[in-house]
Write a protein that binds this ligand. Structure first.
Ligand SMILES: *Cc1c(COP(=O)(O)O)cnc(C)c1O
Length: 364
């Protein structure tokens, strides 16, 4: 019998590439090590010879990639003696902050925009027992308030302006290179606050400058493609947006905090930004569910919507290897899923063998 080494989270796994010491107490829930799933039916459906993989970050402990950054940020906050963390959030950051705070035994304060956070995210955050502060303003307003209040109260900010967040999140790029044996040609991401695209680029760059352990790696850096919702697309417009609006609430952000870092990722990689309508985003979300069996939240599907668009126009050429990050789990936002499937709502029949048999045969 062979005993597999227990996986205990991304800090332990990539310890030598992260700012921790031998004595650091790691605050972990076993995050990272998420599946890289190769799409099988969609490439055939669109008639293009491309390798598309989805990095399914919805399988992290709280259901989004935010756990990668939060394990690192909370580990460092605790190491520095902090007793409370705070964040502004469109939902997933608050869920992650709340969970890791519980794990660490410290307090979490989360500012969320009233009525604009998906049901699953609210449910989680309530259950983890965070102090929820609802504001009648959007994420950008919440972010500004968090930055101000941190100067007046003993709380550590765990939004992605906390540099340890990006340190944790860069490990997703390491995992992809480790698994593919090289970087993809194109890496597609939804962009909101732009911390994640910046973190991936940092990760790819760090891995590619390491010649000791990765001599065999041929291609080490992808072209970075950042996709936004049409109603919240400051990178495409080249300027901040004051009233961002989109069904993809996780990227309903008009004043991204990692503005300069994300532009650097785009320029250095030779990549681009583009924007897509809510209809295009939801269509990609549904397509992924119905053709591949992978359920992500609306914001996450923006990466696939963008990839499919750029593949269809040839901007991403045939023969390419493409990775799309699916940032969050579809269960996070049951309302928008059910709303999209109204026509397919189940009908109720009589509880008899005949009726059930008929229901099957009529639908074969
Ligand atoms: C946070 C988040 C994003 C946006 O990531 P940024 O780092 O803010 O660009 C996208 N999708 C989901 C599901 C998220 O939770």
């Amino acid at each position: 019998m062979s005993i597999r080494k227990r996986y205990t989270g991304l800090i332990e796994h990539y310890r030598d590439r992260l700012p921790v010491s031998e004595t650091t107490r790691l605050i972990s829930l076993g995050e990272g090590n998420t599946p890289l799933i190769q799409l099988q039916n969609i490439p055939r459906l669109i008639g293009k010879d491309v390798d598309i993989y989805v990095k399914y970050e919805g399988l992290n402990p709280t259901g989004s990639f935010k756990d990668r950054g939060m394990t690192m940020a909370v580990t460092k906050a605790v190491e520095d003696g902090s007793k409370a963390i705070i964040c502004a959030s469109t939902g997933n950051t608050s869920a992650a902050a709340a969970a890791y705070a519980v794990r660490a035994g410290i307090k979490a304060f989360v500012l969320i925009p009233e009525g604009k956070i998906a049901l699953g995210k609210l449910a989680q955050t309530l259950m983890y027992g965070a102090e929820i502060i609802q504001i009648n303003g959007n994420f950008d307003r919440g972010m500004a308030l968090v930055k101000e209040v941190a100067d007046h109260a003993p709380v550590t900010i765990v939004n992605s302006i906390n540099p340890f967040r990006l340190e944790g999140q860069k490990t997703a790029a390491f995992e992809i290179v480790d698994e593919l044996g090289c970087a993809p040609d194109y890496h597609c991401l939804p962009v909101g606050n732009a911390g994640n695209i910046s973190a991936y680029w940092k990760g790819y760059k760090e891995y590619s400058t390491d010649t000791d352990t990765h001599q065999a790696v041929t291609k080490t850096r992808p072209i970075m493609c950042g996709y936004q919702a049409a109603g919240a697309a400051p990178f495409v417009l080249g300027q901040m947006v004051d009233e961002p609006e989109t069904v993809a609430t996780a990227i309903r952000i008009g004043h991204p905090q990692s503005w300069d870092l994300a532009w650097a990722a785009q320029k250095e990689s030779g990549g681009w930004f583009n924007k897509f309508s809510d209809e295009q985003i939801l269509a990609a979300q549904k397509m992924l569910s119905q053709y591949e069996g992978v359920f992500c939240e609306p914001a996450s599907a923006t990466s696939l919507a963008g990839a499919l668009h750029d593949i269809s126009t040839g901007k991403i050429p045939e023969g390419s290897k493409v990775v799309c990050t699916l940032t969050g789990n579809g269960l996070k936002d049951p309302d928008s899923a059910i709303k999209q499937c109204e026509a397919a709502h189940p009908v109720t029949i009589e509880a008899s063998l005949d009726a059930v048999k008929k229901a099957i045969l009529d639908n074969m």
